[in-house]
Design a protein. Structure first.
Length: 237
């Protein structure tokens, strides 16, 4: 569907006028002089401006209505505006861990991948390489008070957490850069601190990667558990 050209509108109106004159027997005292074969006869037909504009307006209105109907249909079907993704249905769903310190909070938001029968550390997660400590979006570490992690000062703020796993020792990386996808380690220039983590063996395999806090004295111990490995770091004020 499109707009009619002005020449097409004039021709249609002029033809209608000719047919009306013939039907009414209005010959003007001559034998059809106004329909004589003159090349420019139609161009001299007087057509009121409102009639010229009527058809384009009707056509354009139809176009708008059709487009509106299409957009509405696509929108309600979720094609144009897809519904927000339910992150809980991801293969690695989001999880949260919190540590309370004298009314202040340390919060870790991460995604929890599953082992699914795979060898995790030394396989899926290579030793000696930076690992996102989770899945999907980068794992975030937020503290609303100044703390110490493994004895290293960490000011209040929002950070990204990465790790470097090894068989007997892990390194926790607290990065000042935030907002990146999990695999996009921004490099050591953005590191706030690199902290040694204690490594121990779990009594039984853990299917879901888990970050959790145990309260200990005046602080917390953050544990990263997966497969049969636990990596830990102490957090105090």
């Amino acid at each position: 569907m499109g707009f009619l050209r002005l020449e097409e509108v004039e021709q249609s109106i002029a033809t209608s006028n000719v047919q009306a004159h013939v039907a009414a027997g209005d010959f003007g005292g001559r034998f059809f002089p106004w329909i004589a074969p003159q090349p420019d006869s139609l161009s001299r037909v007087k057509v009121p401006p409102e009639e010229i504009m009527r058809k384009p307006i009707l056509v354009s209105t139809s176009v708008v209505l059709v487009l509106a109907a299409v957009i509405l249909a696509l929108g309600t079907s979720g094609f144009l505006w897809p519904a927000p993704q339910d992150k809980s249905k991801r293969p690695s769903p989001p999880e949260k861990a919190e540590c309370k310190l004298d009314g202040k909070t340390v919060t870790v938001d991460y995604s929890s991948p599953r082992a699914k029968g795979r060898k995790v550390f030394g396989g899926l997660v290579p030793f000696g390489q930076v690992w996102r400590a989770g899945a999907n979006e980068a794992t975030t570490f937020v503290t609303d008070t100044d703390i110490k992690v493994g004895g290293t000062p960490v000011p209040a703020g929002k950070y990204t957490v990465f790790t470097i796993p090894n068989e007997n020792k892990w390194t926790l990386i607290i990065s000042k850069k935030t907002g990146e996808w999990g695999t996009a380690y921004p490099g050591p220039d953005n590191d706030l601190a690199r902290i040694d983590m204690k490594v121990s063996k779990l009594p039984s395999p853990v299917e879901n990667f888990t970050i959790a806090f145990d309260h200990s004295g005046n602080g917390c111990v953050m544990h990263l558990d997966w497969e049969t490995t636990r990596a830990s770091a102490e957090i105090t004020k």
